[in-house]
Design a protein around this ligand. Sequence first.
Ligand code: ACO
Length: 326
Amino acid sequence: MSRRYSRITGTGSYLPERRVSNEELVAELAQRDIETSDEWIAGRTGIRARHIAAPDELSSDMAVHAARAAMQAAGCAAGDIDLLIVATSTPDMVFPSTATIVQRKLGIAGCPAFDVQAVCCGFIYAISVADAMLAAGSAQRALVIGAEVFSRILDWNDRSTCVLFGDGAGAVVLEAGEVPGILACDLHADGRYTDILCVPGHVNRGQVMGEPLLRMDGQAVFKLAVQVLDKAARAVLDKAGLGDGDIDWLIPHQANLRIMQSTARRLHLPMEKVIITVHEHGNTSAASVPLALDTGIRNGQIKPGQRLLLEGVGGGFTWGAVLLNL
Ligand code: ACO
């Protein structure tokens, strides 16, 4: 019997209506005597704007918009989906999972639906899990979504983090077949680094304990991110028996332009082969890779048949990469 593979057949994304430029954010923060500048934000990170969800907009709402666009691109209906995975660290509720809420909003009942929590590496984890399930014959057509409202877990008085993140969602339809789409996946985590990037709060007997706002040691995250992204990229290329020159597009987690430049340099890739959306989206955590992928496809940069290297890194510490033919 021939091997089963999974392949992306459609992508979609969604950004909240409200776009906040650095200038607007700088003015807003200045009203509370928090000093920052477009020069600092853009110079250190490449970020020039981000989108912020409306007060009543949830991760599941954004996920549904992105999912509908992905299904339309794939030419399938919600009823054709038999596996639904949502990567998010900003779920609608403690439980049930955001995936089951998305499932209800899409009007599809019965197929397995669950969340994956690997922070900014969440989509890489989710698509790897979906690929394994499709390859094993557990499902035929999966919806894999990254959706986040990080604006709700930011400390808006902490200038070293609140300027970095944005809200949004991205989705792909992944279908099983005999044509190889996903060629290799590589996932890792190291729980010793919990403290450098976390939201240290939880619910206890109806009370919020600790402080459920994002805390990050930016420099420590930066150093680790550069190292592990290079290793993950090398690992998927090795598994597929390919080299640096075989990549058409690098689609990295969009956290910081300098991290992306460093990763590209180590892979001997010119920046012209890197999809960059961080300037417009900020860091949208688990949504960033599928958002960048959909943006690159819809603006005509990424073409059918090209080879893509997707990679992510996030709190946990988690990291990984996926190599695929589109
Ligand atoms: N505006 C102006 N000044 C600021 C701001 C701001 N918004 N934020 C911090 N500063 C100041 C600091 O107070 C410090 O001042 P000091 O030297 O007087 O003490 C100075 O700028 C330098 O601060 P650093 O933190 O050392 O700045 P750095 O060059 O490291 O850049 C940054 C910070 C952009 C956060 C960087 O470290 C980074 O990008 N780290 C990686 C983040 C990342 O990739 N996260 C991905 C995973 S995210 C996830 O999983 C949720």
